[in-house]
Write a protein that binds this ligand. Structure first.
Ligand code: ADP
Ligand code: MG
Length: 475
């Protein structure tokens, strides 16, 4: 698609930033004057009024910007600033703040300062939230209400809800582990929101383990370790995200151990997330592992198809976007392992729909987006493998499947194959038709028929779903 989605993406990134920044003032000061020259999966080119601006954003808002990008694009583009001095400067920065020296080469109009994804825009979420005014760090999207429960996360959700309702009593610590983008941070923050509802004055800290470490190191350098300790030991709820990061960081583990004990003894709730069960985190000290295992260790698994569809529908509804069922199913059938990517595809679809000046997306738009996604993931499913699988399942040959005979024993498998191609590949109706040497109306008819049968005939539905799973897994 030849349209440039930059304005749509940038507006969404700005929305995400606004919800994450501590004050509206900081948003207006630092982001309203910024213009996006280009936003794509790989690069984010921002025009800023001065080099000072670029540096300020890099120093203070890089992580937030990274999160906002990730929330919208499901990727971590490389950031590049372009200084455009004529851009209006909405507000001048506070003069007492010291800014590091400008490196010679980068100064002047049109200068650029680059940040690679590795050293800045990684999908890290690291804002601390404390009682009172800084609460906006608790992204309001991440509540229990916005979380879709399915088989894959039922246990974990129940445990998180219980902790949110009775902090410090039932499961302490609560450790949520699982793969990337499966809702660990979401559940953790939902606990924060839930506790905040009951106790508006609760002292809640949320941060990544990495940020915990960085703050600890900064406090050592500043000679303020005591204050650091005091601060975290005042928490009613401590949320530390991605604790696997602490592996092999001995001094940080030591400090964390003491913070943990201090809170634990006072029955203050601790919630941790990690990418593996604590015992499998190589380089995590045994005493921490055993502390973590004293509580409840629970995992989130990749959501099954129904849950993925429900997540898409819920997100679409929250965005007041009408998502036709067949499109939700198409996206959910392709994007399997990671909810963040699922959301990324949806956002892209919303962007394309709005650029195309429409209110409802078409199947073709969804296929276009999926095609890009699948190429990037190298996960595309080819029609041959579907034909082979279906033919094999029904004990007929590939040639019969693609042939002209219309007896039910071959026509039904053929229609199922067409349906699966429609649902699980990014081929257009005509392309599927061509595969069978038929025209696209035959494919439409086949898809309608199978969809109807899926609704009325349970064994049929099971067969189709089993085949779909096998296609997806390449079996
Ligand atoms: P993780 O911390 O496990 O990497 P996140 O909590 O950041 O994953 O989740 C990634 C995205 O997917 C977030 O936008 C989150 O809201 C969404 N998400 C994940 N699981 C669910 C779910 N079950 N229901 C609704 N949204 C979900
Ligand atoms: Mg996370």
């Amino acid at each position: 698609m030849a349209v440039d989605p930059t304005p749509v993406y940038w507006n969404r990134i700005l929305d995400e930033l606004r919800s994450r920044l501590p004050t509206e003032q900081s948003f207006e000061t630092w982001f309203q004057p910024v213009r996006a020259r280009r936003v794509s999966d790989h690069s984010l080119e921002l025009e800023v009024p001065s080099l000072f601006f670029a540096e300020w954003i890099q120093q203070h808002y890089l992580e937030l910007l990274g999160e906002a990008c990730y929330a919208v694009l499901a990727s971590s583009p490389a950031l590049q600033f372009i200084v455009e001095p004529e851009l209006e400067l909405v507000a001048s920065p506070v003069s007492s703040v010291s800014v590091p020296a400008v490196s010679g080469a980068a100064a002047g109009g049109g200068a650029t300062a680059s940040t690679s994804p590795a050293n800045g825009l990684a999908p890290r979420f690291a804002s601390a939230i404390e009682a009172g005014s800084q609460d906006s760090g608790l992204n309001s999207r991440y509540t229990f209400g916005a979380f879709v429960v399915g088989e894959s996360n039922r246990m974990c959700h129940a445990a998180a809800l219980a902790v949110g309702e009775k902090p410090g009593v039932l499961y302490n610590p609560l450790v949520i582990y699982g793969g990337v983008g499966l809702g660990k941070t979401h559940l953790m923050l939902a606990i924060g929101h839930r506790i905040r509802e009951d106790r508006p004055d609760a002292v809640i800290f949320y941060m990544s383990a990495e940020k915990f470490m960085n703050q600890m190191i900064a406090s050592i350098q500043a000679g303020s370790t005591l204050a650091f300790r005091e601060k975290y030991r005042k928490a009613d709820l401590l949320l530390i995200d991605d604790v696997q990061f602490l592996a092999t960081k001995d001094a940080t583990q030591e400090e964390f151990f003491h913070t943990f004990n201090a809170l634990y003894e006072e029955q203050k709730q601790i919630v941790l997330t990690s990418d593996k069960p604590p015992r499998e985190i190589a380089g995590l000290e045994e005493r921490l592992v055993s502390r973590f295992n004293q509580g409840l260790v629970t995992d989130v698994k990749p959501p099954e198809l129904e849950t993925r569809v429900a997540i898409l529908q819920k997100r679409a509804a929250a965005d007041r976007f009408y998502l036709p069922g067949e499109i939700a199913l198409l996206i959910a059938s392709h994007v399997k392992g990671n909810v963040r990517e699922l959301e990324g595809c949806l956002l892209r679809l919303i962007a394309y729909t709005s650029i195309a000046g429409r209110s409802v997306p078409t199947m073709e738009m969804a296929q276009e987006i999926l095609r890009e996604y699948l190429v990037a993931q190298d996960l595309s499913i080819d029609p041959d493998s579907i034909a082979n699988l279906v033919a094999q399942h029904y004990g007929i040959t590939r040639e019969q499947l693609r042939g002209k005979r219309r007896t039910n024993s071959v026509a039904l498998p053929r229609q199922i194959a067409m349906y699966l191609m429609r649902r699980q590949t990014t081929l257009s109706l005509s392309e599927i038709g061509r595969f069978f040497d038929r025209d696209h109306t035959t494919v439409i008819h086949a898809c309608d028929k199978i969809e109807r049968l899926r609704g009325s005939d349970r064994p049929m539905r099971d067969t189709v779903e089993q085949l779909a799973e096998r296609v997806q897994d390449g079996r």
